[in-house]
Design a protein around this ligand. Structure first.
Ligand SMILES: Nc1ncnc2c1ncn2[C@@H]1O[C@H](COP(=O)(O)OP(=O)(O)OP(=O)(O)O)[C@@H](O)[C@H]1O
Length: 361
C-alpha cells in the first residue's frame, strides 16, 4: 500500500469573480520514504494540493470531491479530532517563510521542545535534550547554547533549519515542504536541501517537495509531477523528466532553470502567464502559450496518457504520463524540440522554437 494516494481530488474557491478550480481531478501517490516533487509556476495549484492533505482549505475554498488515502485511510472522512492527530504527528508541513512558523516571543528551543512534549509525551528535561539533539542534527552549531536564542537572533537559513527541526520533532511519515528554500540565498539553499534529503533518509520520512524550480527537484526528488492550471501535465521519474521531457510545458520550465555561474538571473521564461482559472481556455489549457499548438489543441482537452504506449495514465499507478495531443496521435507537426545533455545534471531543453504569433493570449 502506498503511504499516500490521492484520487481524483478537486478543490474549488467560490470567489466574487467566479468559481476558481484550483485543483482539477488530480491523482498521484507517494511511497514510504519517497521524495516526490510537485513543480509548476505560481497559481498551478501546488499549495492548495498540500493544504488539502492537511485539511486546511478554508472558506471560500472547498474540497469538492476525491479521496486522500493516508496509510489506507481517507483523510477527508476523518473527524476534526482524528485529523488533528494526523497533522503534526504523521504529516508535517514546512512553509517558505520560516519567520511565520516561529513565534517571536519564545526562544527557538522552547518552541521545538513544546512540539516534542506535545507529540511525544516527553517530560521537560527529555524534551529539552531531544530538542538540542534535533537542532544539532539539522546543522545548527553549538545547539545547546542556541537553544535559548530568540528567532530574530537566528539568520534566515538557521531559522529554516529550526523549522525543519520542529517539523521532524514528531518523526512524521510525510513531510510537506512548500518552497522551503525560496527565500534563502543559493549557497544556503543547496546546504539546506542536502540536509533535508539526508534527514529524510535517516528518519525514513517521505517528502512532498513543492517548488517552481526544476533545479531543486533534480537535487532532491525521485519522482516528479508537473502541474499546470490545477492539473498534472506530466509525471515521471526525475531522470526521465530531465533527459526525455514529454510535455511542452516541462520543456519550457527546463529552459528557465538558471545555470550555475550564469550571470543572468533567468535565461528565458515561458511567454505568457497562467490562464484565468475561472474560465480556462478551451481544449488544452496550455495551448495559448505552447509553441507547438495546432488547431486541434484549441478544441480537444488532452488526456493523461503513457507517452510510449498511448494508454490511459490518469491513475496513481502511472509511472510516466503526459497530457498532450501528441500522444493521442492528433498533432500533425508533432513536438519539435531537442534536449541538450550537458555535464552532470545540467540538462537544458532547447525550447527556443519561434512562436510565430508570440504570446497569443
Ligand atoms: N484563499 C483563496 N481564495 C481564492 N482563490 C484562491 C485561494 N487560495 C488559492 N486560490 C486559487 O487557487 C490557485 C492555486 O493556488 P496555489 O497557491 O495552490 O498555487 P501554487 O501553485 O502553490 O502557486 P504559488 O507558487 O504562488 O504558491 C490560485 O491561483 C488562486 O486562483
Amino acid at each position: 500500500m502506498a503511504l499516500l494516494e490521492v484520487n481524483d481530488l478537486t478543490v474549488k474557491f467560490y470567489t466574487q469573480e467566479g468559481v476558481v478550480t484550483a485543483v482539477d481531478d488530480l491523482s498521484y501517490r507517494i511511497e514510504r520514504g519517497e521524495k516526490f516533487g510537485v513543480v509548476g509556476e505560481s497559481g498551478a495549484g501546488k499549495s492548495v494540493t498540500a493544504l488539502s492533505l492537511m485539511r486546511l482549505i478554508e472558506s471560500p475554498g472547498r474540497i469538492e470531491s476525491g479521496e486522500i488515502l493516508f496509510k489506507g485511510e481517507d483523510l477527508l472522512e476523518m473527524s476534526e479530532e482524528e485529523i488533528r492527530d494526523v497533522r503534526g504527528n504523521e504529516i508535517a508541513m514546512i512553509f517558505q517563510d520560516a519567520q511565520t512558523a516561529l513565534n517571536p516571543v519564545y526562544t527557538v528551543g522552547e518552541q521545538i521542545a513544546e512540539a516534542v512534549r506535545h507529540h511525544l509525551d516527553y517530560d521537560d528535561e527529555e524534551a529539552r535534550e531531544r530538542t538540542i539533539q534535533l537542532l544539532d542534527t539539522v546543522g545548527i552549531p553549538e545547539a545547546e547554547s542556541r537553544y535559548s536564542d530568540y528567532p530574530h537572533e537566528f539568520s534566515g537559513g538557521m531559522q529554516q533549519r529550526a523549522v525543519i527541526a520542529m517539523a521532524l520533532s514528531c518523526d512524521p511519515d510525510l513531510l510537506l515542504c512548500d518552497e522551503p528554500t525560496t527565500a534563502l540565498d543559493v549557497t544556503i539553499e543547496a546546504q539546506i536541501l542536502e540536509e533535508l534529503e539526508s534527514l529524510a533518509d535517516e528518519f525514513d520520512t517521505a517528502i512532498q517537495l513543492i517548488t517552481h524550480d526544476l533545479g531543486v527537484v533534480a537535487e532532491v526528488c525521485d519522482r516528479v509531477m508537473v502541474m499546470y492550471a490545477g492539473s498534472p501535465v506530466e509525471k515521471a521519474p526525475v531522470e526521465e523528466l530531465y533527459y526525455d521531457p514529454k510535455h511542452p510545458y516541462t520543456v519550457g520550465l527546463m529552459s528557465s532553470i538558471p545555470r550555475v555561474g550564469d550571470r543572468r538571473e533567468r535565461l528565458q521564461t515561458i511567454p505568457g502567464t497562467m490562464p484565468d482559472l475561472v474560465e480556462l481556455p478551451p481544449g488544452c489549457s496550455f495551448h495559448p502559450r505552447c509553441p507547438y499548438a495546432e488547431d486541434v489543441c484549441t478544441k480537444r482537452e488532452p488526456p493523461l496518457l503513457n507517452p510510449e504506449t498511448g494508454r490511459d495514465a490518469s491513475g496513481t499507478d502511472a509511472e510516466r504520463a503526459a497530457a498532450c495531443l501528441e500522444y493521442t496521435g492528433e498533432l500533425q507537426e508533432g513536438l519539435d524540440y531537442e534536449v541538450e545533455i550537458r555535464e552532470g545534471h545540467d540538462t537544458r531543453a532547447d525550447a527556443t522554437a519561434p512562436n510565430p504569433e508570440g504570446d497569443r493570449r
